[in-house]
Design a protein around this ligand. Sequence first.
Ligand SMILES: Nc1ncnc2c1ncn2[C@@H]1O[C@@H]2COP(=O)(O)O[C@H]3[C@@H](O)[C@H](n4cnc5c(N)ncnc54)O[C@@H]3COP(=O)(O)O[C@H]2[C@H]1O
Ligand SMILES: Nc1ncnc2c1ncn2[C@@H]1O[C@@H]2COP(=O)(O)O[C@H]3[C@@H](O)[C@H](n4cnc5c(N)ncnc54)O[C@@H]3COP(=O)(O)O[C@H]2[C@H]1O
Lengths: 141, 141
Amino acid sequence: LQDKQLTDIVIGDLMISSEKVAHVQVNNPLEHALLVLVKSGYSSVPVLDASYKLVGTIGKTKILNEILGLERFEVEKLADMKVQEVMNTDIPCLLRDNIFMDGLKAVIDHPFVCVADEEGYFDGILTRRAILKHIKRDYYT
Amino acid sequence: LQDKQLTDIVIGDLMISSEKVAHVQVNNPLEHALLVLVKSGYSSVPVLDASYKLVGTIGKTKILNEILGLERFEVEKLADMKVQEVMNTDIPCLLRDNIFMDGLKAVIDHPFVCVADEEGYFDGILTRRAILKHIKRDYYT
Ligand SMILES: Nc1ncnc2c1ncn2[C@@H]1O[C@@H]2COP(=O)(O)O[C@H]3[C@@H](O)[C@H](n4cnc5c(N)ncnc54)O[C@@H]3COP(=O)(O)O[C@H]2[C@H]1O
Ligand SMILES: Nc1ncnc2c1ncn2[C@@H]1O[C@@H]2COP(=O)(O)O[C@H]3[C@@H](O)[C@H](n4cnc5c(N)ncnc54)O[C@@H]3COP(=O)(O)O[C@H]2[C@H]1O
């Protein structure tokens, strides 16, 4: 990776691979999802199904919006709702052998972008931080 | 801005200026801060004092962590606590005439970095998105 030119770098070189990515399952209750998000510290994480295929993403903003009532945050609703009802399914996705520029373009509007294989199995995530670190190195060499 | 070289770009050229930045006041109750965050959709925003000096940042993760009890999220605590007790004061800061590279380095570990003048008055925020958009343009020209 150290010696590779920016033009030879692919998404697979920079992504955080799936085993290191915090995620939730599509049928988890929202309460579990919010706990995962608060304890991991992440604003948003991927949503997978039982066979580890990528189905969407879910974040704190969306969950909190769902339970914001007229007078207070209705935390009791968290136990009744499922990730599936609230998750974002309209998400960009990359392949591990897409090129660096595809990654740069994708993260302009998204803090992270999911990586999946052609059958939809979750491979990992490409973060803005990974892209920025690599750009900084590129500028200094 | 269009014709400026990357080496001539300063933070002031790329930042979102203060009037467009959602923020909270240091003495607001946490309940108000969380409402601002949920309604604006932002994960974290600057905290200012009454004279518009920058004092810190506050985000959803920190607030939710504060109210996470053993059995549930204790939303009633939100009315009792103030932004000041929970905000992050250990934050990086830039000057509007710092150079592009200072900005790139600063956003590697932070989704946004506050910009203030030498007396500490809030000027705006530099976001990762602003840096990434500019880099993409730089790579294409
Ligand atoms: N535990 C931690 N240790 C050190 N720094 C931390 C951290 N948690 C967050 N950060 C810093 O804050 C940035 C924004 O995190 P956020 O959770 O909003 O947004 C994150 C989160 O939604 C997701 N993400 C990152 N790593 C993840 C992981 N291992 N599992 C699941 N999601 C992850 O990708 C987004 C962008 O991540 P990125 O690294 O570019 O940017 C991260 C990173 O610079
Ligand atoms: N209303 C909206 N419209 C379009 N896109 C939206 C959006 N809200 C969020 N995004 C997208 O999501 C990214 C992460 O937003 P987040 O709120 O976690 O993290 C944000 C937020 O904490 C802060 N931020 C950005 N703009 C702000 C503003 N006008 N006022 C206060 N804070 C702001 O800077 C962080 C990084 O912002 P950045 O633009 O790099 O990256 C943003 C942007 O790409």
